[in-house]
Design a binder for this molecule. Structure first.
Ligand code: C2E
Ligand code: CA
Ligand code: CA
Length: 593
C-alpha cells in the first residue's frame, strides 16, 4: 500500500517514527472506526443491517491501512502481501467489493486525513518532534496516494471476481446454491436443440406441500432451513448429469436427460422425491420435527417441445397432483389438461351443487375378515355435473376445500349418510355402520361435533355406528385448534379412523396421543400383495403396531383373491375393495333397504 520510493525517511529520528508507528498500529481499530463514522455520516443508508458488508469492508480496509503504515514507520519495511493478508484478518473471506471505485477513492482520502490528524495527536502525546511528525504524515500521504492506485488495481481484480460472482449469482439461487430458472431454461434449451436426445428426457416440477405453514408457524429462518434441507435431499435422489433447480419459493425442478425409458425412470425419480421429502425434517432452534410432503408433476419431452412448453406441462401435472391432496406425483396427460381447463368452471359450479341435486352418495362395503359380514358402508361423494357429466371426488373435493364449499358439502354428506345408515339399521341390517370422509379443512369447522351430535339425537343412531375417516397427511399436521375439533368429534362417541395410512409418516408417539380407533392401510400397500417381490412384511408390521395401540385395521383396495388372502394373513381385521364390492348408489348397495 505504501510506495517508499519517493519518501524521505531521514527527517526525524527513526526511534521517534517508530514510536508513532507503534501507537498507530495499536490504535488501528480506532482509526478504522473514525473512518467508518465519517462514511456513515455521508451514507446513512449503510447503517442498515443489510449493509453489514459495506461496513465490514471499510473497517477491514482502513484498519489494514493503519497497521501497514504503522509497521512501516517502525521497521522501514513493507509487509509482504501474505503478511498483509494475515494482518487484514487471518483466514478471513476476501473483501465483499461492495463500494464503488469513486467512493473508495474518497474513502482513502478521508483515511489519509484522519490518519494524519491522529499522528499529530500521538506526536503531542508522545512528545515526538515536528520533523518526525511531518515525515510520518508525508509517508501517510504518499503512501495513501499510491495506495489509491493500488486499491484501484486491487479493485479491478476484485471487480473481475465480482463479475464472475455476479455471473454465478445470475444463474444460481442464493439460498440453496442450486441453478435458478435461467440456467435451467438454458440447459433445457440445449436438450431441446439436440435432435438425437429428443424425447429422451423429462422435467419434474416439485412443490412442497404445507411449506407456507412451516414459514408462518416457525418463521422464515426455519423456512429457509427447510428449503436448504430439501435441496440437500433432492441432491441425494438424482443421477449424475441431472439438474436440480430452484425456481423460487418452494418450487424446484429436476431435469433428467438421457433416459432409456423416460416414463418409468422419471416416475421412479418422482417416487424417490416424494419419499425423501415425506420424511420428517429436524429444524429450528430448539430443533423440532416438521412434516411436509411433495407434489410432483412429471412432463415427458415430446416432439416440437420448447423449454417453456415442457416446463408448463410439468407444472400443470404438479398442480393436478396438488389438487388431489398433494403428497404424490402425476404424469402429465390429457386428463391433467382437461381438469386444469375446466377448473374455474367447476370451482364456480360447486356452489349449491348439493342443493341442485347434483351430488349423490355411493356406498362401498367394508367386510369383517373373520365373519365375512358387511360391517360398514363407506360414503363416497359423487358429483354429476350438468355439462361435464361425472366428476371424480379426487378432482372436486380439493376444489371444494379451496373454495370453502367443503364445510357445507361435508355437512350435507354427513347428514345424508347418517340418515341412510339409521334407515338401514331400522330396515333389518342392525349391524351395519357408516364411514364418512372428513377433509382437513373440515377440522376448522368448530360446530361440526355439535352438528353430528344433533343428527345422532334426531335419528337415534348410535354414535358407535359412525366412523369419521381423516387422511393421514392431515392428521400429522393438524394444529392445536384442529386437534380440539378432533377431540370434540371423539367426545360425541363416534369412531375416528386414519385414512390412507402409510402415506403420511405419522410417528408412533403421534398416533398414541390422538383419539383414534381405526387405521386404514393405504391401497398402495395392498396392491400386488402375494405377487413376486411383494411380501406382507410391511402390512404385518402396520397391523402389529396398530394392534399394540388397540386400533382396528382395515385394508383398502383389495382387488384380487390373493390380496384378500394376504391381508387376512397379515392380521387385518376388515377389508374393502372392488373384490368385495364397488361403490354403488344406496339402492344397489343396500338391496334390502
Ligand atoms: P378414499 O377415502 O381413500 O376412498 C377410497 C377410494 O378408493 C374411493 O375412490 C374408492 O372408489 C376407491 N376404491 C375402493 N376400492 C378400490 C379398489 O379395490 N381398487 C381401486 N383402484 N380403488 C378402490 P373415490 O370414490 O374416487 O374417492 C376418492 C377420494 O375422494 C376418497 O379416497 C376420499 O378421500 C375423497 N372423498 C370421497 N367422498 C368424499 C366426501 O364425501 N368427503 C371428503 N372429504 N372426501 C371424499
Ligand atoms: Ca376413505
Ligand atoms: Ca383411503
Amino acid at each position: 500500500m505504501i510506495d517508499t520510493a519517493s519518501v524521505d525517511t531521514s527527517a526525524g529520528s527513526s526511534s521517534e517514527l517508530a514510536l508513532l508507528g507503534e501507537r498507530l498500529q495499536a490504535h488501528s481499530k480506532e482509526v478504522a472506526n473514525a473512518v467508518l463514522d465519517w462514511w456513515l455520516a455521508r451514507h446513512p443508508e449503510s447503517k442498515r443491517t443489510s449493509d453489514m458488508h459495506v461496513r465490514d469492508d471499510i473497517l477491514r480496509t482502513t484498519c489494514l491501512g493503519a497497521t501497514t503504515l504503522g509497521r512501516f514507520l517502525v521497521t522501514g519495511q513493507l509487509p509482504s502481501s501474505k503478511e498483509r493478508d494475515d494482518m487484514a484478518a487471518p483466514g478471513a473471506a476476501p473483501l465483499h467489493d461492495t463500494i464503488s471505485i469513486g467512493e473508495l477513492t474518497k474513502l482513502y482520502l478521508a483515511w489519509r486525513d484522519i490518519t494524519c490528524e491522529r499522528l499529530a495527536l500521538y506526536a503531542t502525546q508522545l512528545g515526538v518532534g515536528k520533523e518526525a511528525l511531518r515525515s510520518a504524515q508525508d509517508i501517510a500521504r504518499v503512501g495513501s496516494d499510491s495506495s489509491i492506485v493500488n486499491v484501484i488495481r486491487q479493485f479491478d481484480a476484485a471487480h473481475r471476481r465480482l463479475r464472475e460472482q455476479l455471473a454465478h449469482n445470475a444463474v444460481h439461487d442464493g439460498l440453496t446454491g442450486l441453478p435458478n430458472r435461467t440456467l435451467l431454461v438454458d440447459r433445457l434449451d440445449q436438450l431441446v436443440g439436440q435432435p438425437h436426445r429428443r424425447q429422451r428426457f423429462a422435467a419434474l416440477f416439485i412443490d412442497i406441500d404445507r411449506f407456507k405453514s412451516v414459514n408462518d408457524l416457525a418463521g422464515h429462518a426455519t423456512g429457509d432451513e427447510l428449503l436448504i434441507a430439501v435441496a440437500t435431499r433432492l441432491r441425494g435422489v438424482v443421477r449424475v448429469g441431472d439438474t436440480i433447480a430452484r425456481l423460487g419459493g418452494d418450487e424446484f425442478v429436476i431435469l433428467c436427460p438421457d433416459l432409456a425409458d423416460p416414463l418409468r425412470e422419471a416416475s421412479a425419480v418422482a417416487e424417490r422425491v416424494t419419499a425423501v421429502i415425506g420424511q420428517p425434517f429436524h429444524l429450528g432452534d430448539p430443533p423440532q420435527d416438521f412434516y411436509v410432503s411433495a407434489s410432483v408433476g412429471v412432463g415427458l419431452a415430446a416432439p416440437g417441445d420448447s423449454a417453456e412448453s415442457l416446463l408448463s406441462r410439468a407444472d400443470a401435472a404438479m398442480y393436478a397432483a396438488k389438487n388431489r391432496g398433494g403428497c404424490g406425483h402425476q404424469i402429465y396427460d390429457e386428463s391433467v389438461d382437461r381438469s386444469i381447463k375446466r377448473r374455474p368452471e367447476l370451482l364456480n359450479d360447486l356452489h349449491g351443487a348439493a342443493d341442485r341435486g347434483e351430488i349423490s352418495i355411493h356406498y362401498q362395503p367394508v367386510v369383517d375378515l373373520a365373519s365375512g359380514d358387511v360391517v360398514c358402508m363407506e360414503a363416497l361423494a359423487r358429483w354429476h355435473h350438468p355439462q361435464f357429466g361425472p366428476v371424480r371426488p379426487d378432482e372436486f373435493i380439493p376444489l371444494a376445500e379451496e373454495s370453502g364449499v367443503i364445510n357445507g358439502l361435508g355437512r350435507w354428506v354427513l347428514s345424508r349418510a347418517l340418515r341412510d345408515c339409521a334407515r338401514w339399521r331400522r330396515a333389518g341390517r342392525p349391524g351395519v355402520g357408516v364411514a364418512v370422509n372428513v377433509s382437513g379443512r373440515q377440522l376448522g369447522d368448530e360446530g361440526l361435533a355439535e352438528y353430528i351430535a344433533g343428527i345422532l339425537a334426531e335419528t337415534g343412531l348410535k354414535p358407535s355406528a359412525v366412523t369419521l375417516e381423516i387422511t393421514e397427511s392431515v392428521i400429522v399436521t393438524v394444529e392445536s385448534a384442529a386437534q380440539r375439533v378432533l377431540r370434540d368429534l371423539k367426545a360425541t362417541g363416534v369412531r375416528l379412523s386414519i385414512d390412507d395410512f402409510g402415506t403420511g409418516y405419522s410417528s408412533l408417539a403421534y398416533l398414541r396421543c390422538l383419539p383414534i380407533d381405526v387405521l386404514k392401510v393405504d391401497r398402495s400397500f395392498v396392491s400386488g400383495l402375494g405377487e413376486e417381490g411383494r411380501d406382507t412384511a410391511i402390512v404385518t408390521a402396520m397391523v402389529e403396531l396398530a394392534h399394540s395401540l388397540k386400533l382396528a385395521v382395515v385394508a383398502e383396495g383389495v382387488e384380487t383373491p390373493t390380496e384378500l388372502e394376504m391381508v387376512k394373513r397379515a392380521g387385518c381385521d376388515e377389508a374393502q375393495g372392488y373384490l368385495l364390492g364397488r361403490p354403488e348408489p344406496p339402492a344397489q348397495s343396500c338391496a334390502n333397504d
